[in-house]
Structure formats: structure tokens, C-alpha cells
Design a protein around this ligand. Structure first.
Ligand code: ZN
Length: 137
């Protein structure tokens, strides 16, 4: 076995039974990196301290052997951020498809609807509640 395989085996042994990376730890690492960059730009020492603390916490979670508790934290995190994550992915889709579609919000149920651009005046029927309204697309 070469030293690299030995190192890998040692790491696998070290990680066995530990929780590993999940969405919450991943987010914590990204946020910590962003905080580090902002702290460097503005010279804010306190923010560097906070980002370091966040990184330590993220690694503590990854190396934790209390898998049940960590999974619960991650589930809570996913639940708490679900609306924001859906809104963010919808926003990304809108930006991506902005040239092909126009987006409207149903006046009754606030459902988001899209219409191909350039079709002129259309009556839009909401797929969610059946409300009809006129728009120019
Ligand atoms: Zn509707």
C-alpha cells in the first residue's frame, strides 16, 4: 500500500461512524467563506472571528458521532429554509428563461404563471385555481 492509500484508509477509519457533510454544514462553510472575504475587504476582525467560529462549528458537525442529532438539525434547517430555497430556485429559473417567457402572478391565488413571449394579448387561465385574466405577453 502506498502512502496515499494508507492516508485514505486512515481517513476512512477516522470518519467511520461520524456524521459527515450535509446541507447545513455545507451552507455554514459557504457562509463562513463569504464572511471571511467580507471581513478581509472591510478589515473587520470581529467578522473573521465569527467566520472562524462558524467553520469550527461546521467541522464539529461533520465529525460528530451523534448522527441522530445532526440529522435532526439538518432537517430543521431544510424545513426552515424551504420557502427561501424554492423562491431562490424559481428566481434562477426566471432569470434563465426570461428571454423566452413572461411571468405573471395570479391575482387570486398568487400562483406564478409563465407565458411565451411575443404571443400578444392573451387570456391566462391559472392552472391552480382556474381564474382567467388578460395580459399582454
Ligand atoms: Zn390562481
Amino acid at each position: 500500500m502506498g502512502w496515499f492509500e494508507k492516508l485514505r484508509a486512515a481517513f476512512a477509519r477516522f470518519m467511520s461512524g461520524r456524521y459527515g457533510v450535509d446541507q447545513l454544514s455545507y451552507t455554514m462553510v459557504i457562509v463562513a467563506l463569504v464572511m471571511t472575504v467580507v471581513a478581509m475587504i472591510f478589515g473587520w476582525g470581529w467578522l473573521t472571528l465569527m467566520s472562524d467560529a462558524l467553520l469550527v462549528l461546521a467541522f464539529f458537525r461533520m465529525l460528530s458521532k451523534n448522527r441522530y442529532k445532526r440529522a435532526q438539525e439538518n432537517a430543521d434547517y431544510l424545513q426552515a429554509t424551504q420557502k427561501a430555497r424554492v423562491a431562490a430556485s424559481q428566481w434562477v429559473n426566471r432569470v434563465k428563461n426570461g428571454k423566452k417567457y413572461r411571468y405573471f402572478t395570479c391575482p387570486k391565488c398568487k400562483n406564478r404563471l409563465r407565458v411565451p413571449r411575443g404571443v400578444g394579448n392573451v387570456t391566462i387561465t391559472c392552472k391552480n385555481c382556474g381564474t382567467k385574466f388578460d395580459k399582454k405577453a
